[in-house]
Design a protein around this ligand. Structure first.
Ligand code: GLA
Length: 401
Protein backbone atom coordinates (compact mmCIF):
# COMPACT_ATOMS: atom_id res chain seq x y z
CA UNK A 1 0.00 0.00 0.00
CA UNK A 2 1.28 3.48 -0.84
CA UNK A 3 1.56 5.54 2.31
CA UNK A 4 -0.61 8.70 2.30
CA UNK A 5 2.51 10.87 2.59
CA UNK A 6 4.07 9.32 -0.51
CA UNK A 7 0.77 9.63 -2.34
CA UNK A 8 0.76 13.31 -1.46
CA UNK A 9 4.20 13.76 -3.01
CA UNK A 10 3.24 11.92 -6.19
CA UNK A 11 0.22 14.17 -6.55
CA UNK A 12 2.29 17.26 -5.92
CA UNK A 13 4.82 16.33 -8.57
CA UNK A 14 2.03 15.52 -11.06
CA UNK A 15 0.01 18.63 -10.30
CA UNK A 16 3.04 20.80 -10.93
CA UNK A 17 2.77 20.44 -14.69
CA UNK A 18 0.44 23.44 -14.93
CA UNK A 19 2.11 25.39 -12.18
CA UNK A 20 2.54 29.11 -12.07
CA UNK A 21 3.48 31.73 -9.53
CA UNK A 22 0.70 32.96 -7.26
CA UNK A 23 -1.07 35.82 -9.03
CA UNK A 24 -2.44 38.93 -7.32
CA UNK A 25 0.48 39.07 -4.88
CA UNK A 26 2.99 41.93 -4.64
CA UNK A 27 0.96 44.18 -6.93
CA UNK A 28 2.95 46.95 -5.26
CA UNK A 29 6.52 46.34 -4.05
CA UNK A 30 6.57 44.20 -0.85
CA UNK A 31 7.18 46.12 2.38
CA UNK A 32 8.52 44.62 5.57
CA UNK A 33 11.65 43.74 7.50
CA UNK A 34 14.38 41.14 7.06
CA UNK A 35 16.82 39.93 9.70
CA UNK A 36 19.98 39.65 7.59
CA UNK A 37 21.45 43.15 7.28
CA UNK A 38 21.54 43.70 11.04
CA UNK A 39 21.60 40.26 12.66
CA UNK A 40 23.11 37.99 9.97
CA UNK A 41 23.35 34.50 11.52
CA UNK A 42 22.71 35.75 15.07
CA UNK A 43 18.98 35.34 14.60
CA UNK A 44 16.49 33.69 16.98
CA UNK A 45 12.79 33.71 17.78
CA UNK A 46 13.08 36.52 20.35
CA UNK A 47 14.57 38.80 17.70
CA UNK A 48 11.84 37.92 15.21
CA UNK A 49 9.07 38.48 17.76
CA UNK A 50 10.63 41.77 18.85
CA UNK A 51 10.71 42.96 15.25
CA UNK A 52 7.02 42.09 14.83
CA UNK A 53 6.15 43.81 18.13
CA UNK A 54 8.05 46.94 17.12
CA UNK A 55 6.54 47.07 13.63
CA UNK A 56 3.07 47.22 15.17
CA UNK A 57 3.80 49.71 17.96
CA UNK A 58 6.14 52.12 16.16
CA UNK A 59 3.82 52.98 13.26
CA UNK A 60 5.55 50.94 10.56
CA UNK A 61 2.61 48.58 10.18
CA UNK A 62 0.28 51.56 9.72
CA UNK A 63 2.73 52.95 7.15
CA UNK A 64 2.34 49.74 5.08
CA UNK A 65 5.07 47.39 6.32
CA UNK A 66 3.80 43.85 6.51
CA UNK A 67 6.40 41.08 6.13
CA UNK A 68 8.63 39.84 8.95
CA UNK A 69 11.26 37.85 7.09
CA UNK A 70 13.71 35.42 8.68
CA UNK A 71 16.82 35.21 6.54
CA UNK A 72 19.53 32.54 6.66
CA UNK A 73 20.56 30.51 9.72
CA UNK A 74 17.16 29.49 11.11
CA UNK A 75 17.58 25.88 9.92
CA UNK A 76 18.28 22.83 12.02
CA UNK A 77 18.42 19.26 10.70
CA UNK A 78 16.01 17.26 8.54
CA UNK A 79 13.96 14.69 10.46
CA UNK A 80 13.90 10.97 9.66
CA UNK A 81 11.42 11.58 6.81
CA UNK A 82 13.42 14.46 5.41
CA UNK A 83 11.33 17.35 6.73
CA UNK A 84 13.34 20.44 7.62
CA UNK A 85 13.26 21.53 11.28
CA UNK A 86 14.14 24.89 12.76
CA UNK A 87 17.31 25.08 14.87
CA UNK A 88 15.96 23.99 18.29
CA UNK A 89 18.32 26.26 20.21
CA UNK A 90 17.44 29.42 18.26
CA UNK A 91 13.78 28.63 17.54
CA UNK A 92 12.62 26.31 20.35
CA UNK A 93 8.94 27.09 19.70
CA UNK A 94 9.28 26.26 15.99
CA UNK A 95 8.36 28.25 12.91
CA UNK A 96 4.63 27.43 12.99
CA UNK A 97 4.33 29.08 16.41
CA UNK A 98 6.26 32.07 15.12
CA UNK A 99 3.98 32.35 12.09
CA UNK A 100 0.94 32.22 14.39
CA UNK A 101 2.46 34.96 16.55
CA UNK A 102 3.19 37.20 13.57
CA UNK A 103 -0.22 36.55 11.97
CA UNK A 104 -2.00 37.43 15.22
CA UNK A 105 -0.47 40.88 14.88
CA UNK A 106 -1.86 41.28 11.37
CA UNK A 107 1.58 40.72 9.79
CA UNK A 108 3.03 38.02 7.54
CA UNK A 109 6.02 35.72 7.95
CA UNK A 110 8.82 35.15 5.47
CA UNK A 111 11.52 32.50 5.39
CA UNK A 112 14.71 31.75 3.48
CA UNK A 113 16.26 28.84 1.61
CA UNK A 114 18.62 28.18 -1.27
CA UNK A 115 18.71 26.18 -4.52
CA UNK A 116 21.79 24.20 -3.41
CA UNK A 117 22.36 21.54 -0.78
CA UNK A 118 23.61 24.30 1.52
CA UNK A 119 22.71 27.95 2.02
CA UNK A 120 25.22 30.78 1.83
CA UNK A 121 25.61 30.46 5.60
CA UNK A 122 26.29 26.72 5.32
CA UNK A 123 22.90 25.50 6.54
CA UNK A 124 20.69 22.81 5.04
CA UNK A 125 19.02 24.04 1.84
CA UNK A 126 16.35 22.75 -0.53
CA UNK A 127 18.09 20.89 -3.36
CA UNK A 128 16.30 17.57 -3.88
CA UNK A 129 13.70 18.54 -1.24
CA UNK A 130 11.97 21.39 -3.08
CA UNK A 131 8.44 19.95 -2.97
CA UNK A 132 8.89 18.72 0.59
CA UNK A 133 10.17 22.12 1.79
CA UNK A 134 7.40 23.98 -0.02
CA UNK A 135 4.87 21.73 1.69
CA UNK A 136 6.50 22.39 5.05
CA UNK A 137 6.39 26.17 4.53
CA UNK A 138 2.71 25.90 3.57
CA UNK A 139 1.95 23.85 6.68
CA UNK A 140 3.72 26.43 8.81
CA UNK A 141 1.72 29.25 7.17
CA UNK A 142 4.76 30.99 5.66
CA UNK A 143 3.83 33.88 3.33
CA UNK A 144 7.14 34.78 1.63
CA UNK A 145 10.17 32.80 0.50
CA UNK A 146 13.56 34.31 -0.34
CA UNK A 147 15.45 31.70 -2.36
CA UNK A 148 19.21 32.13 -2.64
CA UNK A 149 21.77 30.97 -5.19
CA UNK A 150 24.84 29.84 -3.20
CA UNK A 151 26.28 26.38 -3.93
CA UNK A 152 24.21 26.04 -7.11
CA UNK A 153 26.82 23.69 -8.61
CA UNK A 154 26.14 24.88 -12.13
CA UNK A 155 22.36 24.42 -12.04
CA UNK A 156 20.39 26.24 -14.71
CA UNK A 157 19.00 29.24 -12.84
CA UNK A 158 15.69 29.49 -14.67
CA UNK A 159 15.14 25.76 -14.19
CA UNK A 160 16.09 25.76 -10.52
CA UNK A 161 13.85 28.70 -9.66
CA UNK A 162 11.00 27.33 -11.77
CA UNK A 163 11.20 24.05 -9.85
CA UNK A 164 10.70 25.89 -6.59
CA UNK A 165 7.93 28.04 -8.07
CA UNK A 166 6.13 24.85 -9.11
CA UNK A 167 6.69 23.31 -5.69
CA UNK A 168 5.24 26.37 -3.94
CA UNK A 169 2.26 26.39 -6.25
CA UNK A 170 1.64 22.69 -5.67
CA UNK A 171 1.77 23.21 -1.90
CA UNK A 172 -1.21 25.50 -2.38
CA UNK A 173 -0.53 28.28 0.15
CA UNK A 174 -0.21 31.72 -1.50
CA UNK A 175 3.37 32.86 -1.07
CA UNK A 176 5.50 35.68 -2.43
CA UNK A 177 8.52 34.19 -4.21
CA UNK A 178 11.69 36.26 -4.03
CA UNK A 179 14.55 35.19 -6.31
CA UNK A 180 17.99 35.98 -4.96
CA UNK A 181 20.53 35.08 -7.63
CA UNK A 182 22.16 38.53 -7.59
CA UNK A 183 21.47 39.25 -11.26
CA UNK A 184 24.04 36.65 -12.35
CA UNK A 185 21.66 35.14 -14.91
CA UNK A 186 19.75 38.30 -15.81
CA UNK A 187 16.47 37.24 -14.13
CA UNK A 188 14.77 40.41 -15.39
CA UNK A 189 14.71 38.59 -18.75
CA UNK A 190 13.01 35.39 -17.62
CA UNK A 191 11.68 35.62 -14.06
CA UNK A 192 8.50 37.60 -14.63
CA UNK A 193 6.41 34.41 -14.57
CA UNK A 194 8.63 32.66 -12.04
CA UNK A 195 8.69 35.01 -9.06
CA UNK A 196 7.40 38.29 -7.70
CA UNK A 197 10.81 39.94 -7.31
CA UNK A 198 14.41 39.24 -8.18
CA UNK A 199 17.66 40.59 -6.85
CA UNK A 200 19.57 42.53 -9.49
CA UNK A 201 23.01 42.79 -7.85
CA UNK A 202 25.36 41.46 -5.25
CA UNK A 203 24.73 42.28 -1.56
CA UNK A 204 24.33 45.81 -0.28
CA UNK A 205 26.32 47.12 2.70
CA UNK A 206 25.78 50.33 4.68
CA UNK A 207 27.92 52.72 2.66
CA UNK A 208 26.81 55.37 0.22
CA UNK A 209 29.59 55.49 -2.32
CA UNK A 210 31.91 52.52 -1.79
CA UNK A 211 32.59 48.91 -2.68
CA UNK A 212 33.72 46.33 -0.13
CA UNK A 213 36.08 43.75 -1.60
CA UNK A 214 36.10 40.23 -0.17
CA UNK A 215 38.36 37.56 -1.61
CA UNK A 216 35.94 36.31 -4.24
CA UNK A 217 32.96 38.65 -4.05
CA UNK A 218 32.04 42.26 -3.39
CA UNK A 219 29.42 44.17 -1.48
CA UNK A 220 28.17 47.38 -3.02
CA UNK A 221 27.08 50.69 -1.54
CA UNK A 222 23.98 52.66 -2.50
CA UNK A 223 25.28 54.53 -5.57
CA UNK A 224 26.87 51.47 -7.14
CA UNK A 225 23.61 49.54 -6.78
CA UNK A 226 21.58 52.50 -8.04
CA UNK A 227 23.65 52.75 -11.21
CA UNK A 228 23.11 49.06 -11.94
CA UNK A 229 19.33 49.61 -11.94
CA UNK A 230 19.36 52.18 -14.73
CA UNK A 231 19.06 49.71 -17.65
CA UNK A 232 16.44 47.59 -15.87
CA UNK A 233 13.43 49.85 -15.31
CA UNK A 234 11.31 48.35 -18.06
CA UNK A 235 11.41 44.93 -16.37
CA UNK A 236 9.56 46.12 -13.26
CA UNK A 237 5.83 46.36 -12.81
CA UNK A 238 2.93 45.17 -10.65
CA UNK A 239 3.67 41.63 -9.44
CA UNK A 240 7.23 41.52 -10.81
CA UNK A 241 9.86 43.81 -9.30
CA UNK A 242 13.55 44.49 -9.60
CA UNK A 243 15.07 44.06 -6.13
CA UNK A 244 18.15 46.24 -5.51
CA UNK A 245 18.49 44.54 -2.08
CA UNK A 246 17.21 45.31 1.38
CA UNK A 247 17.41 48.67 3.10
CA UNK A 248 20.40 49.75 5.17
CA UNK A 249 18.55 52.72 6.71
CA UNK A 250 19.59 52.93 10.39
CA UNK A 251 22.62 50.69 9.95
CA UNK A 252 25.40 53.26 10.11
CA UNK A 253 25.18 55.74 7.23
CA UNK A 254 24.52 59.42 7.96
CA UNK A 255 20.93 60.66 8.17
CA UNK A 256 21.43 62.46 4.83
CA UNK A 257 22.62 59.23 3.22
CA UNK A 258 19.82 57.19 4.76
CA UNK A 259 17.29 59.72 3.46
CA UNK A 260 18.78 59.60 -0.04
CA UNK A 261 18.95 55.77 0.00
CA UNK A 262 15.30 55.48 1.04
CA UNK A 263 14.17 58.09 -1.51
CA UNK A 264 15.99 56.31 -4.33
CA UNK A 265 14.60 52.88 -3.45
CA UNK A 266 11.11 54.41 -3.46
CA UNK A 267 11.75 56.00 -6.86
CA UNK A 268 12.91 52.65 -8.20
CA UNK A 269 9.70 50.98 -6.99
CA UNK A 270 11.95 48.66 -5.01
CA UNK A 271 10.81 46.30 -2.28
CA UNK A 272 11.06 48.19 1.03
CA UNK A 273 12.52 45.62 3.41
CA UNK A 274 14.00 47.43 6.37
CA UNK A 275 17.18 45.78 7.60
CA UNK A 276 17.84 47.51 10.91
CA UNK A 277 17.03 46.63 14.53
CA UNK A 278 13.39 47.71 14.72
CA UNK A 279 13.30 47.36 18.50
CA UNK A 280 16.16 49.85 18.96
CA UNK A 281 16.25 52.64 16.43
CA UNK A 282 16.62 56.39 16.53
CA UNK A 283 13.69 58.74 15.92
CA UNK A 284 15.49 59.94 12.77
CA UNK A 285 15.63 56.40 11.37
CA UNK A 286 11.96 55.78 12.16
CA UNK A 287 11.00 59.09 10.60
CA UNK A 288 12.72 58.12 7.35
CA UNK A 289 11.22 54.64 7.25
CA UNK A 290 7.68 55.90 7.89
CA UNK A 291 7.52 58.99 5.66
CA UNK A 292 4.14 58.33 4.10
CA UNK A 293 4.36 60.67 1.08
CA UNK A 294 7.73 59.13 0.15
CA UNK A 295 6.40 55.59 0.61
CA UNK A 296 3.49 56.59 -1.65
CA UNK A 297 5.97 57.03 -4.52
CA UNK A 298 7.14 53.44 -4.03
CA UNK A 299 3.64 52.06 -3.66
CA UNK A 300 2.12 54.03 -6.53
CA UNK A 301 -0.30 51.75 -8.36
CA UNK A 302 1.26 52.39 -11.79
CA UNK A 303 4.36 50.55 -10.60
CA UNK A 304 6.70 52.40 -12.95
CA UNK A 305 10.30 52.79 -11.92
CA UNK A 306 12.01 56.19 -12.18
CA UNK A 307 14.51 57.14 -14.87
CA UNK A 308 17.60 59.36 -14.73
CA UNK A 309 16.88 62.56 -16.67
CA UNK A 310 20.08 64.58 -16.55
CA UNK A 311 23.23 65.09 -14.49
CA UNK A 312 24.84 68.45 -13.87
CA UNK A 313 27.76 69.11 -11.53
CA UNK A 314 27.32 65.64 -9.97
CA UNK A 315 23.66 66.31 -9.15
CA UNK A 316 21.56 63.66 -10.86
CA UNK A 317 17.90 64.43 -11.61
CA UNK A 318 15.38 61.57 -11.70
CA UNK A 319 11.72 61.54 -12.72
CA UNK A 320 9.02 58.97 -11.91
CA UNK A 321 5.52 59.04 -13.41
CA UNK A 322 2.69 58.53 -10.93
CA UNK A 323 -1.00 57.75 -11.14
CA UNK A 324 -3.30 60.64 -11.99
CA UNK A 325 -0.67 62.56 -13.94
CA UNK A 326 1.52 63.51 -10.97
CA UNK A 327 5.30 63.08 -11.09
CA UNK A 328 8.09 62.60 -8.59
CA UNK A 329 11.29 64.53 -9.20
CA UNK A 330 14.47 63.85 -7.28
CA UNK A 331 17.74 65.77 -7.37
CA UNK A 332 20.42 63.49 -5.95
CA UNK A 333 23.68 65.06 -4.83
CA UNK A 334 26.17 62.26 -5.49
CA UNK A 335 28.97 64.42 -4.12
CA UNK A 336 29.94 64.48 -0.42
CA UNK A 337 29.98 68.32 -0.48
CA UNK A 338 26.94 70.60 -0.48
CA UNK A 339 25.81 71.72 -3.96
CA UNK A 340 23.79 74.63 -5.26
CA UNK A 341 21.13 73.28 -7.58
CA UNK A 342 18.81 75.06 -9.95
CA UNK A 343 16.28 73.66 -12.39
CA UNK A 344 14.51 75.67 -15.08
CA UNK A 345 11.22 73.84 -15.64
CA UNK A 346 10.45 75.88 -18.73
CA UNK A 347 13.58 74.46 -20.41
CA UNK A 348 12.92 70.87 -19.39
CA UNK A 349 11.49 68.23 -21.70
CA UNK A 350 10.40 65.28 -19.60
CA UNK A 351 9.18 62.48 -21.79
CA UNK A 352 8.91 58.84 -20.79
CA UNK A 353 8.61 56.72 -23.94
CA UNK A 354 8.31 53.50 -21.93
CA UNK A 355 5.44 54.73 -19.76
CA UNK A 356 4.06 56.85 -22.60
CA UNK A 357 3.82 59.90 -20.40
CA UNK A 358 5.08 63.44 -20.84
CA UNK A 359 5.28 66.37 -18.46
CA UNK A 360 4.73 69.59 -20.36
CA UNK A 361 5.67 72.47 -18.09
CA UNK A 362 4.81 75.04 -20.77
CA UNK A 363 1.15 74.08 -20.80
CA UNK A 364 0.68 72.64 -17.30
CA UNK A 365 1.67 74.24 -14.01
CA UNK A 366 2.37 71.67 -11.33
CA UNK A 367 2.35 72.56 -7.62
CA UNK A 368 5.52 71.35 -5.92
CA UNK A 369 5.59 69.57 -2.56
CA UNK A 370 8.90 68.94 -0.80
CA UNK A 371 8.41 65.41 0.50
CA UNK A 372 11.06 65.59 3.23
CA UNK A 373 10.02 68.93 4.72
CA UNK A 374 6.33 68.34 3.98
CA UNK A 375 6.15 71.94 2.76
CA UNK A 376 4.87 73.44 -0.50
CA UNK A 377 7.81 74.45 -2.70
CA UNK A 378 6.30 76.76 -5.30
CA UNK A 379 5.28 75.74 -8.79
CA UNK A 380 6.86 74.78 -12.08
CA UNK A 381 6.44 78.37 -13.24
CA UNK A 382 9.48 79.51 -11.25
CA UNK A 383 13.01 78.18 -11.64
CA UNK A 384 13.78 75.89 -8.73
CA UNK A 385 16.80 76.77 -6.57
CA UNK A 386 18.08 74.77 -3.62
CA UNK A 387 21.17 73.88 -1.63
CA UNK A 388 21.45 70.11 -1.42
CA UNK A 389 23.70 68.72 1.34
CA UNK A 390 26.31 66.13 0.36
CA UNK A 391 24.92 62.63 -0.30
CA UNK A 392 21.36 63.89 0.09
CA UNK A 393 18.35 64.55 -2.09
CA UNK A 394 15.77 67.16 -2.88
CA UNK A 395 12.61 65.12 -3.37
CA UNK A 396 9.49 66.71 -4.85
CA UNK A 397 6.03 65.58 -5.84
CA UNK A 398 4.65 67.49 -8.79
CA UNK A 399 0.90 67.78 -8.30
CA UNK A 400 -1.07 68.04 -11.51
CA UNK A 401 -3.72 70.76 -11.26
C1 GLA B 1 23.37 35.96 0.30
C2 GLA B 1 22.21 36.92 0.05
C3 GLA B 1 22.03 37.78 1.29
C4 GLA B 1 21.76 36.91 2.50
C5 GLA B 1 22.87 35.90 2.69
C6 GLA B 1 22.53 34.87 3.75
O1 GLA B 1 24.56 36.65 0.42
O2 GLA B 1 22.44 37.69 -1.08
O3 GLA B 1 20.97 38.71 1.09
O4 GLA B 1 20.52 36.25 2.34
O5 GLA B 1 23.14 35.19 1.49
O6 GLA B 1 23.55 33.92 3.94
Amino acid sequence: MIKPLLLGFLCLAGCAANAQKFAQLALTPPMGWNSWNKFACEVNEQIIRAAADAMVTNGMKDAGYQYINIDDCWQGARDAQGFIQADPAKFPSGIKALADYVHAKGLKLGIYSDVGYQTCGGHIASRGHEFQDALTYAQWGVDYLKYDWCNHDGLNAEGAYTTMRDALHAAGHPIVFSLCEWGDNKPWRWARDVGHLWRTTTDIFPAFDAVLDHTNWQQWGVLRILDAQKPLREAAGPGHWNDPDMLEVGNGMSVNEDRAHFSLWCLLAAPLLSGNDLAHMSPATLQILTNQPVIALDQDALGISAFPYATNNNVEVWFKPLTGGDWAMCALNRDPAVKSFSFAWNKAAVSDAFAKRDANFATTTYALENLWTGQPAGTTQETLSAEIPGHDVLLLRLHKP
